[in-house]
Design a protein. Structure first.
Length: 199
């Protein structure tokens, strides 16, 4: 049954005297919370229009930063792929060095307001591919990932293939929103793939 958002908002206890903040701020906060509760999971994305999001190539001097971010990524992924830590307490990334020695590998750092917020690894070719895409949790669900993804796609015009491994439903939903082009999607036992042409 459809929900009347206006009626639900009118029923919210936004005027409770125990709140310390001015009424207009309370109303805005309450309405944002209620709207979030009504929105389908994965559909609400909020972004500060003044937030500066930058994706730039990672120089060799930033390889240690990329390596640490990939460790965070592997930690999150371990819930899906079951990867175990190595003997030195790290997941490791076997292709890391190649991103500064091979012409078809491209490492990028995502920054938000000048702060490191994530990492992207791209394999260029026919088609181009996203090898890794990671955004720190504090920056998720704010439109930052989608903005960063589109900045990367614009750097590599031509055919693209984005693949999400089986079980990573959050990534599938993310890329369906983030890809700013018409795409074809296929799925099999290995996961889901979107194919498209970037301008």
């Amino acid at each position: 049954m459809a929900t009347d958002v206006g009626q639900v908002l009118d029923r919210q206890p936004c005027d409770n005297a125990r709140y310390r903040y001015p009424r207009d701020i309370r109303q805005l906060a309450c309405r944002l919370i209620v709207f979030h509760s009504l929105a389908p999971v994965g559909s609400l994305v909020w972004q500060d229009p003044q937030m500066e999001i930058d994706v730039a190539p990672a120089p060799l001097s930033q390889k240690p930063v990329v390596r640490r971010l990939l460790e965070f990524n592997a930690h999150d992924f371990s819930q899906i792929d079951g990867q175990e830590l190595g003997p030195h307490g790290e997941f490791g990334y076997p292709y890391l060095d190649h991103y500064w020695t091979e012409d078809d590998r491209h490492p990028f750092l995502i920054r938000v307001g000048g702060h490191i917020a994530g990492v992207v690894l791209v394999r260029s070719g026919e088609p181009h591919q996203i090898a890794e895409f990671f955004v720190l949790r504090k920056y998720r669900r704010r439109g930052i990932g989608s903005t960063a993804a589109r900045q990367v796609l614009r750097r590599f015009p031509g055919s693209w293939e984005v693949h999400e491994i089986a079980g990573n439903d959050a990534a599938v939903n993310f890329w369906r929103r983030a890809i700013p082009h018409d795409y074809q999607e296929t799925a099999d036992e290995s996961g889901t793939t979107q194919r498209f042409i970037a301008d």
